[in-house]
Design a protein around this ligand. Structure first.
Ligand SMILES: *Cc1c(COP(=O)(O)O)cnc(C)c1O
Length: 611
């Protein structure tokens, strides 16, 4: 634990340089200590529909319109001068939002300190009885009374998955204060990150305006490169990169690209690709009879992606090791590829880099180069589902993390990688990331054909810009219109830096390891999988365990959650009930939380009386 202290210390030093860093690390830092001051001006979502009512509510005399209309777009040279900056006095919209956000923060703070992690059935009943009911006449109410309804009737029955350090369910992540602030800015200016207008085309003589549309696509591109760098993946190797709604979205992109690539590479004419003629005709033209996904313990969203993409969930073939089912078995992989080739079957190899039950990894140090050469030989696509596990690559390069880093070595050899933002990165939902080495495959599948009004300027290609390497987001992802998902990630990386991120991930790992070691040595519980010898160095941020007493084990999840002190998810392991603790919040304080969780687990076991 010496290392923990060192990391905390180095972060405190880091923090002293920049006051905003104080929000991140100091021990005994609780939600109530977050000053609302820095966030005051960054406002929460609000639809202003009653302007007249607002101006009277806001009790302000300064409601005169600006003397001149500010520009909609920004000039290439930042404009200055009084005309473009009318007096920003408290106009009705700002006055409402300011007071709304002040109220919101105060209510959240009180809620966090007075409510249990999950809402009680009574609070849920109260919320449900406050909702409009049939026949839904939709009578209007003022923004202010609507806000009161949200804060007093709805908020109390929401859970503390983000605000409590003791919510260990699923893999959820929390939300760093700077990410929240950034997300409020995203909402305040509500940019639609859709079309990319490169800088040169905007300022070229052929451009009518000489204006830049928005910096959002540039910021997204930079953010994705920063993230690649954090993950120790060479940005030049992953020219195709975009934000998705989450890891499910990124898995859909990965399998869609894999499917397209497998079939296109077996076609004599690209005119017959899946994107052009559809899956059935393309498969016939390519002589492909079937597509299989070879994997070990995949996340359920991978099966969902297979269903959506017309591959079918039964296309998934398990090539996991018998004693470590989360690990890819190379002795099964090669025969499976060979057999597939014989049957005119094309294959996607899906690497579960972070298995969601055990937190273990599909590969070890020398596996990826071998899998890559097999993929090349059999023309397979490698997709990595690294939703949370890929962040093991961002751990400090110290001995404590050597074996974890070995599990995520070689990921740069993949054709596509799925990453979650709203889990370990601690940015708000919805946030996922997709990286690929094959931009032309991505645009082949996702380019938005036709609509002239969405076309980028003439100087750039249809897919986006080849000049600056930035693709139009609508041509490389599911959505046409979407929010500026990059900004919270940008803010987190900018504010924490590599050092802050390393420290945050380290704290998650150290807490998980402390809990694993407690459970391993506790007479009431046992670590899973039982086939492992539970070396501390192998633990990432998920702890899977069960009670030794079968009767207690059957009710364990409920007993823990009924304490109201912490929340865990139940699961099954080898046909028996099991409990998972997933540590993925920035709020972790290793010593404090280890003591707390150990106390709860002891209390639950010691107070259990068999019926
Ligand atoms: C959570 C998770 C997913 C699905 O992610 P969403 O963000 O919930 O869509 C996919 N794969 C793994 C390994 C996960 O942990």
């Amino acid at each position: 634990m010496h290392m923990t202290n060192q990391l905390i210390l180095s972060n405190l030093q880091h923090a002293s340089k920049d006051p905003s860093q104080a929000l991140f690390l100091p021990p005994s830092f609780g939600p109530s200590q977050i000053s609302s001051e820095p966030h005051r001006l960054l406002l929460a979502p609000c639809q202003v529909s009653h302007c007249r009512e607002l101006s009277s509510e806001s009790n302000t005399k300064n409601t005169r319109p600006p003397t001149s209309i500010p520009p909609i777009m920004t000039t290439p040279n930042t404009p200055t001068g009084p005309d473009l900056h009318p007096d920003p006095g408290p106009d009705p919209e700002s006055a409402f939002l300011l007071s709304a956000y002040t109220r919101l923060r105060a209510t959240v703070t009180t809620h966090t300190t007075t409510h249990p992690i999950l809402p009680t059935p009574q609070t849920l009943t109260q919320t449900l009885s406050s909702l409009p009911s049939a026949p839904f006449d939709l009578p209007p109410s003022t923004p202010s009374s609507t806000l009161t309804h949200l804060l007093e009737s709805i908020l109390p029955s929401l859970n503390q998955q983000s605000t409590s350090p003791y919510y260990y369910g699923f893999v959820t992540g929390s939300c760093l204060p700077i990410a929240q602030a950034a997300d409020n800015l995203v909402t305040a200016l509500d940019q639609n990150v859709q079309v990319h207008f490169p800088q040169s085309s905007s300022s070229s003589s052929s451009s009518s305006s000489g204006w830049v549309h928005s910096s959002a696509t540039f910021v997204e591109s930079t953010t994705l490169s920063m993230l690649l760098s954090l993950l120790d993946l060479p940005p030049s190797r992953f020219p195709a990169k975009t934000f998705t709604t989450g890891a499910t979205g990124a898995n859909i992109l990965g399998l869609a690209c894999g499917r397209e690539y497998l079939i296109s590479s077996r076609l004599s004419s690209p005119e017959k690709s899946v994107a052009k003629v559809g899956l059935v005709k393309a498969c016939i033209a390519a002589g492909v009879a079937d597509i299989k996904i070879l994997t070990s313990k995949p996340h359920s969203s991978l099966l969902k992606a297979a269903k959506i993409l017309g591959l079918g969930e039964e296309c998934v073939l398990d090539v996991g090791q018998d004693d470590k089912p989360w690990r890819i078995d190379l002795d099964k992989l090669e025969p499976a590829l060979k057999e597939a080739e014989k049957n005119s079957t094309a294959c996607i190899i899906a690497i579960s880099s972070g298995e969601v039950n055990t937190g273990r990894f599909a590969t070890a140090i020398f596996d990826m180069p071998k899998i890559r050469s097999l993929a090349d030989r059999y023309k397979a696509w490698i997709h990595v589902d690294g939703a949370f596990g890929i962040f093991a690559r961002a751990l400090p390069k110290t001995d404590q993390f050597l074996s974890l880093r070995a599990c995520v070595a070689g990921m740069e050899l993949a054709d596509s990688i799925c990453v979650d933002g709203h889990k370990l990165l601690n940015v708000p939902y919805d946030n996922g990331i997709f990286f690929s080495r094959h931009p032309s495959t991505l645009t082949q599948v996702f380019s938005n054909p036709g609509a002239a009004y969405l076309a980028p300027p003439p100087s750039s290609s249809a897919a986006g810009s080849q000049e600056d390497g930035i693709f139009g987001p609508l041509n490389i992802g599911l959505e046409n219109s979407r929010r500026f998902r990059a900004l919270p990630v940008y803010a987190v990386l900018k504010s924490e830096g590599r050092e802050g991120m390393e420290a945050m991930f380290s704290r998650m790992v150290f807490l998980a390891r402390k809990l694993a070691s407690f459970i391993h040595n506790c007479e009431h519980y046992e670590m899973l999988p039982e086939t492992e010898n539970h070396v501390e160095e192998d633990i990432f941020m998920i702890v899977l365990f069960r009670a030794r007493n079968e009767a207690l084990n059957n009710v364990l999840v409920n007993r823990i959650n009924q304490t109201g002190k912490m929340f865990v998810s139940g699961t099954q392991w080898q046909g028996r009930k099991a409990v998972r603790i997933a540590v993925s919040t920035w709020r972790v304080e290793v010593e404090r939380d280890a003591k707390y969780v150990e106390g709860v687990l002891r209390e639950v076991a010691e107070s259990f009386v068999e019926a």
